[in-house]
Design a binder for this molecule. Structure first.
Ligand code: UFG
Length: 327
């Protein structure tokens, strides 16, 4: 049966792609977003409720108007550097916002939540690839707020019967293959959009942060996962909430690592342009390598990435950006 899903933060990058995937299979996304970093033009598959996740009144009115069957949360602050400067805002929005959301859900009789978590909850890994059982010792305010929510969800699930899935994304990237929506952060800090912008001749030379890591080419290695593959995993996690009690914490990556230089090479291949760049010192807080063990995602969510090779990710991102940048 079609489900109505309250997508908190549904005007942002990942939330909007999940809304598109929900609608494509006949579910009904209702976006709840304060548009602080999301975009009104990315809300295309259902209503937009303008509200703040920290406001109980805003949430209560959304629950009473739409009576959602389940909730998804994508409304966190994500910029690692800003978290170090404004920790109180991060704890207020990323943790306080989820407390308020859980209270509103409880009051509305809603017990199903899919939550955006992150590989940043692991910190600097001791062993690779990272399984869900690795110790979680985040090294940023951002990572600590996400871990705090995971711990809260576990408690609320045990004590009050909340059903949840905390999905620990590795490096989300790419765009809807039809070019309809894509990644529009401001300021943009992520590698692939920054490399594409430099390839397009916009925004000057890209900064490559650190070439002295203990990796084959000296640059950091990451596990990039296409946003539409993430969307498939969210649909599977949502369905699971209707079948299984309790909570799930699950990595979402591919298990394949690519260095910054390998990504720049792929950007040059896809765009046919050079990526002008300069090597800068390491960016504080960057782990040398992050790689997901994907066993659990495969077993529990049937996760089988279709578009997560760098060429496809970059081609899809380029198809979104190029016309908007006039190239
Ligand atoms: N990088 C550059 N130049 C840039 C941008 C990035 O060299 O302009 C490098 C980074 O130093 C890093 C790699 O490219 O080595 C990937 O950086 P991203 O910013 O694209 O991604 P991160 O791995 O830093 O971030 C991801 C998620 C975050 C999460 C973080 C936790 O996108 O939300 O992992 O480590 F917080």
């Amino acid at each position: 049966a079609a489900k109505t899903v309250l997508v908190v933060g549904g005007a942002g990058y990942i939330g909007a792609h999940i809304c598109k995937a929900l609608a494509a299979r006949g579910d009904r996304p209702v976006v709840f977003d304060n548009l602080s970093s999301g975009h009104r033009h990315a809300v295309k598959w259902g209503p937009l409720v303008e509200g703040d996740v920290r406001s109980r009144a805003d949430l209560d009115s959304a629950f009473s108007q739409y009576a959602p069957d389940a909730v998804m949360h994508f409304a966190a602050f994500i910029e690692v550097g800003i978290g170090e400067q404004r920790p109180l805002d991060f704890w207020d929005n990323n943790v306080g916002g989820v407390i308020t959301l859980l209270q509103a859900m409880k009051c509305a009789g809603n017990d199903k939540l899919v939550f955006s978590s992150t590989c940043a909850t692991y910190g600097e890994p001791e062993r690779l690839p990272l399984t869900e059982a690795e110790p979680q010792t985040p090294v940023s305010v951002y990572g600590r707020t996400k871990l705090a929510v995971e711990q809260m969800l576990r408690d609320v699930s045990r004590g009050e019967g909340l059903r949840y899935a905390a999905l620990r994304y590795f490096n989300a990237a790419g765009a809807s293959p039809d070019g309809e929506i894509g990644e529009e952060h401001d300021p943009e800090t992520h590698l692939i959009p920054n490399a594409l912008r430099a390839a397009a001749g916009l925004g000057g030379r890209m900064k490559l942060f650190g070439e002295d890591y203990d990796t084959p080419d000296g640059t950091c290695i990451r596990d990039y996962v296409h946003v539409m593959d993430l969307a498939d995993a969210h649909l599977a996690a949502l369905d699971r909430l209707f079948e299984v009690e309790g909570g799930l914490a699950c990595n979402l990556g591919t298990g394949n690592g690519f260095s910054v230089r390998e990504i720049l090479d792929a950007v040059e291949t896809v765009t046919g342009q050079r990526v002008p760049h300069d090597v800068h010192p390491r960016r504080p807080g960057d782990a040398e390598r992050l790689l997901a063990d994907t066993t659990l995602a495969r077993e529990v969510l049937g996760f089988a990435p279709q578009r997560s090779d760098p060429q496809t990710i970059i081609a899809d991102a380029w198809r979104f950006h190029a016309p908007r940048w006039g190239v």
